[in-house]
Ligand binder design. Structure first.
Ligand SMILES: Cc1cc2nc3c(=O)[nH]c(=O)nc-3n(C[C@H](O)[C@H](O)[C@H](O)COP(=O)(O)O)c2cc1C
Length: 331
């Protein structure tokens, strides 16, 4: 096995985030630079069969960072057709979502519920491995809840994942029941890395190099770092981390980001859908500002694109104060 990369050189990835990591967002992050890998939002298998490669969920542009397509599957049916549909998009890899704690998704048999049903998990992973020769990964949490034998159960799932020929995992070291309310348990990462021969990408509460610098040993055996909410609030986080280019001052940077994301969303989605997507982005982007709730409220209630645009411009014209550390609380 090769030596792990020094922590400072670990590849950086943007996490899959439903409704948010669409192609317009991926273009904005790619244009800033510094991000090595972008995940699509979770893509439901059945819905994927209706999408074409130029859909706003799938499309990529030359110059975009490589994209891993994340799948939300509840059984092994139609895997071959789903993978065939993705082939023309040239994914850098496919990822199976075994992490989503959302009740509706779990009750439907997807996301974190797969970890509770090893036979279904095995059937899906074997189906994917058979249909897809490229990089195959799994995103997971520690399990549903900290029941007495959770460590053994977690180890069993890792073994199953390895046995099915998966190439890599990413881990959000929380239980499904924690959602985002509890801190990610970075102290568990060395143990997790020692349990498996697979490369492990760490996720959860990683905000920048300062997170790693606080305790580099926690991340020393990891193969990569994945950033979620902070990447939505500040899509320039990767560029700042890697210092790939001089960035404008915070106010200008935030304004430019909003404008390019809004333009990209409008270009990719029909107007009604575009409005919905920009409002969703605004939930997180508004955290950049000391009075971000006024921005978000104005945007949320906008009945159409023109009104939304005018309200956003009025907010920016008042030269709003940008905060040093945005809140990432997931309400
Ligand atoms: C709004 C939202 C949507 C998310 N959607 C997905 C998703 O589609 N697939 C997935 O595996 N995780 C999803 N996640 C979880 C993130 O990928 C990530 O694991 C989590 O936010 C922890 O990382 P962070 O602390 O850097 O935000 C989502 C999280 C949020 C807040």
């Amino acid at each position: 096995m090769s030596e792990p990369a020094p922590v400072a050189a670990l590849p950086l990835a943007a996490a899959p985030m439903a409704g948010l990591t669409h192609s317009a967002f991926r273009r904005v992050v790619s244009a800033f630079g510094g991000c090595d890998l972008l995940y699509t939002e979770m893509l439901a298998g059945a819905a994927l069969l209706q999408e074409t490669p130029d859909s706003p969920y799938l499309k990529q542009r030359p110059g975009d960072a490589p994209a891993i397509f994340q799948l939300l599957l509840r059984d092994e049916r139609r895997i071959e057709a789903i993978v065939a549909r993705l082939h023309p998009c040239h994914p850098a890899g496919l990822d199976l979502n075994c992490a989503c704690p959302n009740n509706r998704i779990r009750q439907a048999g997807g996301g974190a519920s797969l970890l509770e049903d090893p036979e279904r998990l095995r059937a899906i992973l074997c189906g994917l491995r058979q249909a897809w020769g490229g990089r195959l990964s799994v995103k997971l949490r520690l399990g549903p809840s900290p029941v007495p034998r959770w460590r053994e159960n977690f180890q069993d799932r890792l073994r199953l994942i390895e046995d099915c020929g998966v190439d890599a995992i990413s881990i959000n070291p929380r239980f499904a029941e924690d959602r985002h309310a509890r801190a990610a348990r970075h102290d568990l990462l060395p143990w997790i890395c020692a349990l498996t021969r697979l490369p492990v990408t760490a996720n959860g509460d990683i905000l920048g190099p300062e997170t790693i610098a606080r305790n580099p040993a926690n991340f020393a055996a990891c193969a990569g770092l994945m950033l979620g909410r902070i990447a939505i609030v500040r899509p320039w986080t990767f560029a700042a981390w890697r210092a790939v280019r001089p960035l404008p001052a915070p106010r200008e940077l935030a304004l430019q980001t909003w404008q390019s994301l809004a333009a990209g969303i409008l270009e990719d989605f029909p107007p009604e859908k575009a409005l919905e997507k920009l409002k969703l982005f605004a939930v997180w982007f508004s955290r950049n500002y000391a009075f971000g709730h006024t921005f978000y409220t104005a945007v949320r209630n906008a009945p159409d694109w023109t009104t939304l645009h005018a309200r956003a411009e009025a907010f920016f014209a008042a030269n709003p104060e940008v905060v040093l550390q945005p809140s990432l609380v997931d309400y």
